[in-house]
Design a protein around this ligand. Sequence first.
Ligand SMILES: Cc1cc2nc3c(=O)[nH]c(=O)nc-3n(C[C@H](O)[C@H](O)[C@H](O)COP(=O)(O)OP(=O)(O)OC[C@H]3O[C@@H](n4cnc5c(N)ncnc54)[C@H](O)[C@@H]3O)c2cc1C
Length: 391
Amino acid sequence: MARILIAGAGIGGLAAAGCLLLAGHDVEIYEQAPALGEIGAGIQQSANATHVMRHLGVLEALEDMAFLPPVTEFRLFDSGEVLQALALAATHRERHGAPYLQLHRADYHAVLAARIEALKPGCIRLNATVTGFREEAGGIALVLADGTEVSGDLLIGADGIKSAVRRRIAGANRPEYTGDSAWRLTVPVGRLPPGFLDGKSSIWVGPDKHAVVYFLRGGSLLNFVGAVELEERIEESWTQKRPWTELRADFEGWHPDILTIVDAADRDACYRWPLNVHPHLESWSAGRATLLGDAAHPMLPYMAQGAAVAVEDGAILARALAEAGSIPDALALYERHRKPRARRIVDESRANRRLFHLPSEAALRAAFAERNMDRERSDWLYNYNPMTVEL
Ligand SMILES: Cc1cc2nc3c(=O)[nH]c(=O)nc-3n(C[C@H](O)[C@H](O)[C@H](O)COP(=O)(O)OP(=O)(O)OC[C@H]3O[C@@H](n4cnc5c(N)ncnc54)[C@H](O)[C@@H]3O)c2cc1C
């Protein structure tokens, strides 16, 4: 069994650690933050990720704290007309063998972190910033900011879009701004009219922007993402607190349900995130180092798949190590299997930018009339089971 070092204790790093610990490897995670945690926003996880949660033994705990939506509707920004619907809840579970969950990120992250700590106490090292790595005879040494080196058999860079491991594998490249920024906020449902949106998730599409609305924590909290085209490039800063009036102005003229959410938002907690990506990477690995999640394939969040694909990566990497005879063979198998799927999801997420932001009601109606999102996503996206798919 291998000694495996992971940079980053995000959802991707934790899920990979769980799969590798269950496979019998010795794992250590190095996380730059002084404390574990995630931001106060929602996340959707479809069956392609929740199969892995079942394998990790946390699916029941997650279901208890999630919201399981009946459906996601695509709606026109102003009239609210429903253009299409994706069947979720029982249909998603029946079709794909695992549930579609809407979770608070902090809950999701805490459940995963607790599971890792139970599998190997002390496995997660905090205040540990990875700056790079060095190949050494028969192994690899991870280098920390304080100069400490830690030896292992394999290093996994799960350190997100600004990954130091990626920089070492692929050379320096800064994340590129996509031209879109996302407002993210949550609203307690007590502030909304009774029965608001009937618990349905919705994606509201309109000229130059779209909004994603769904419920969390048993339906007690509503999550709102407002993705807007915004050419001004925001340097370096990850998140920016912006005046509520800017949020309100961005959605002026939109459906009353959207304005109800915006009006119920905390005035002093409106954050806008620039959405950044990297170009496709030719190779995710170098020697005994590899990447997963946003470090390997950051994407626009327009299919709600970034973390799900990170979770898939970890499960497949653990299986590749079990199937291949050596670490180089395992990394080759991992990349061969993962790259085409990750690339497709990155590309389709980007293509949704165009689809969701078409310039008129007529163009949106016509484009949605040509698609069957429910069938498309069921056919190849949600029906992928990382625990059983052929490698
Ligand atoms: C608006 C929005 C909505 C989204 N909605 C969804 C959704 O519904 N479903 C979904 O699946 N995905 C969604 N995503 C995508 C998802 O958030 C990301 O793809 C996912 O969080 C990536 O996980 P990760 O573990 O790869 O990276 P990260 O979450 O970025 O974690 C990286 C970790 O590494 C640590 N780190 C960084 N550098 C270092 C270093 N040098 N040394 C040590 N540690 C380091 C960081 O502190 C962090 O803990 C959304 C994204 C956005 C922006």
